[in-house]
Write a protein that binds this ligand. Sequence first.
Ligand code: 13P
Length: 336
Amino acid sequence: MDIQTLTSTIKDIAIPGKGILAADESNGTIAKRFDTIHVEPTEENRRAYRDLLFSAPHLNNYISGVILFEETLYQHTVNGTPFPTLLSQNGIVPGIKVDQGLVSLKNSPDEKITQGLDDLAKRLAEYKKAGARFAKWRAVYQISDRLPSQSAVDANADVLARYAAICQEVGIVPIVEPEVLMDGNHSIDRCFSVTKSVQLAVFKALAEHNVKLELMILKPNMVISGTHANPQAPIEEVAKKTIELFRETVPATIPTINFLSGGQSDELATAHLNAMNKIGHLPWNLSFSYGRALQAPALRVWQGKMENVKLAQEALLKRAKLNGFASEGKYKNNME
Ligand code: 13P
């Protein structure tokens, strides 16, 4: 294992005041996002949109890493610079989503398991040649009265750990992303107990597969009310319960926890991260790896039009900056 390479990648990503931009939507997912602004999901439109995001001036003040989708890893700016080269030149670490999506779990068809392990080592070697220095793999868990099942929790933990071990072996830092979904009307306490069982299973599997915790990134959900729960837990409670849970389950050797936004509004995702960092005395760097919560305003402004690119970049930059502040507990509502 190339510990030096992995260590320097972690060092370049886990920077106080900075976080990760998740721009790794699959072609299916980005098509759904484009549909909301009536933009055709062509390869060129996907390229133009990612070009807008990655070329935003001074993005590197707040963003230390970007997660790309496979197609994007091999695309170029309008001037012909490969995206990974552009990002690296700007001091941003390029990474790549390497899972190949979700399939139904046998014998529990309402639940999902993530696929893509079979040829992973071979694909990682190719991605590394193209400039990727870290990877991402997402497992999802649905909450209902009876879900997730222990078998879904254990099977996904095992796959996440095997993925992480393969990444470290080839010198790629793994982002381990177990996402307990917000969908549903469950309480914040139900989210707490499910997320706890998921995190415990993940760290048990990581230990069994000899994954080096100091050389990986954890990308979890926050402990939060279900989308349709009424009432919604307030910001301070989300922060307190999330930190309580991660203190109980996540070893201090994990260098950085970078949360997903999971469908929270952009402002709420920022406020939650800020409230957690205000608690202080945390053993890990605590930052963001947001997709929707960073991109949504930029996408709305862009509308697929060249003349909106500059304003869309400003919208992205604003969210990146405010989340940068939140990652140090320095965000204030009036900055909006
Ligand atoms: P969201 O922040 O939109 O949840 O996306 C993060 C991500 O990478 C999901 O896998």
